[in-house]
Design a protein around this ligand. Sequence first.
Ligand SMILES: [Zn+2]
Length: 164
Amino acid sequence: MRASAIKPTPDVVCADCGAVMPDGKTTCKELFEEVLVRNYSDYQYARTHRLMVDAYSLQHPDVHMRSGKSFAAHLTGLCAALEYEDSAVINQAVQRWLDGARTLDKPARLPEHRGDLTIAYIHRAADAEEHHNRVREWARSIWDAWFEHHDLARQWIDAAMRGF
Ligand SMILES: [Zn+2]
């Protein structure tokens, strides 16, 4: 059998993240919403909530990163969580920075491949500890896939921290 013959049909693939599951994109969104409910209803899951939202957004930019500002918030959020010591301070600075009249342009080109892991991997975590480990692993694979935008994220963080 040729490789192309066993490719999943589009209706079982989420076109944004590549997750293969029944009803593709719809199921992907449902799994994300179920994990969000888990985050909100059990404090043990709260620690990586922001990271999870940023990671999912970077895999689904057409839905979650429509404006230049939402793009900047999620891109810098993931960068801060993975590369900096105090991501909460950075996220607050970026939020203040974005609250102004600033306009930011989204880059014209986004990565087509956005990491090897998907929300299905997060959804299957057995407990909070496994959830946190998986969120970090998933976020790391997404961040690696966005390598062309690392410098942009660091520049925006730098500008936000200096208040420019
Ligand atoms: Zn998806």
